[in-house]
Ligand binder design. Structure first.
Ligand code: SAM
Length: 298
């Protein structure tokens, strides 16, 4: 009997989603990036890519009406879902009423101390993060998780396809940039699926992809000054197609005269004409170590 009730309420099947939206007269809020999943294969794929087991505590960002949340509740030990839109809270109480292993928090995820939450609720063991992300804040959410050192064994999220490709890009490719380097400094990126717009309601006007980010146990490069490394990366990609030396000397982020930047580039064994978009993370780290010795104080 219980099985049947759960089956009846299962979201991801378009008719059930429509029925819930109509019953609550839900109005989509564009400003919150609300595109709900209506494809059971994609939902299964996210859960599989995240390798969720009954041992796991999963933090979900933006549960919407609870579609992915239901799948996570079935596979995980416990789910904590953080949703900004207060109009979704009564809906979630309904759609998740069969699950005893879920807690919904009505908050802006960018204001939640996820590190503390993860540590408190999982006895210091790493959690898993899963989401069909609101695309307008993809980068702050992901970089926020890394920079705050939220203990996560993986972060498996739906993002805009183009953003997934940038996260996974290698040096010299057209998608390679500051986001590729920032993400790859912290994690290994793997695109688990490409997802067309018709898997969402309403349809977004971009393609999507599921990406799994597995944080490195140890940083892939060592660098004396992490902040300087990221300043250098940002400055190098601010002016694409310029040489690295020109890009860095035009940037207010780097306080070194052009001759010294040329000298730093030569010291790490590169030509002065090299372009920023061809440098590996390791080369940026070496450059940061050399620039640190030369840079003028603030
Ligand atoms: N998980 C649902 C699904 O797959 O159908 C909904 C995904 S929808 C793309 C993104 C969700 O994130 C929406 O429910 C939206 O209200 C929520 N959201 C947007 N900004 C948020 C924020 N700052 N903090 C928490 N949730 C947010």
């Amino acid at each position: 009997m219980e099985e049947k009730q759960q089956g009846d309420k299962r979201l991801g099947i378009p008719q059930n989603t429509i029925e819930i939206l109509n019953r609550y007269r839900f109005v989509f809020q564009k400003k919150y990036g609300q595109n709900f999943l209506i494809d059971t294969h994609v939902l299964d794929k996210i859960v599989r890519a995240a390798e969720i087991t009954k041992e796991d505590l999963v933090i979900e960002i933006g549960p919407g009406i609870g579609t992915l949340t239901q799948y996570l509740c079935e596979s995980a030990r416990e789910v904590i879902a953080i949703e900004i839109d207060k109009n979704l809270i009564p809906i979630l109480e309904d759609t998740l009423s069969d699950y005893k292993n879920v807690t919904v928090i009505n908050e802006d995820v960018l204001k939640v101390d996820l590190k503390r939450l993860a540590e408190e609720k999982n006895g210091g063991r790493p959690v898993k993060i899963a989401a069909n992300l609101p695309y307008y804040i993809t980068t702050p959410i992901i970089m926020g998780l890394f920079e705050a050192h939220v203990p996560a064994s993986n972060i498996t999220v739906m993002v805009q396809k183009e953003v997934a490709e940038r996260m996974q890009a290698v040096p010299g490719s057209k998608d390679y940039g500051a986001l590729s380097l920032a993400v790859q400094y912290y994690a290994q990126a793997y695109i688990a699926a490409n997802v067309p717009a018709n898997c969402f309601m309403p349809r977004p006007n971009v393609g999507s992809a599921v990406i799994r980010l597995t944080p490195h146990r140890e940083r892939p490069v060592s660098v004396r000054n992490e902040k300087l490394l990221f300043r250098l990366i940002r400055a190098s990609f601010n002016q694409r197609r310029k040489t690295l030396v020109n890009g860095l000397s035009n940037s207010p982020e780097i306080r070194l005269p052009k001759e010294m930047i040329s000298e730093a580039v030569r010291r790490i064994g590169l030509e002065e004409t090299v372009r920023g978009e061809t440098l590996t993370l390791e080369q940026f780290a070496r450059l940061a170590d050399v620039v640190e010795e030369m840079e003028l104080p603030h």
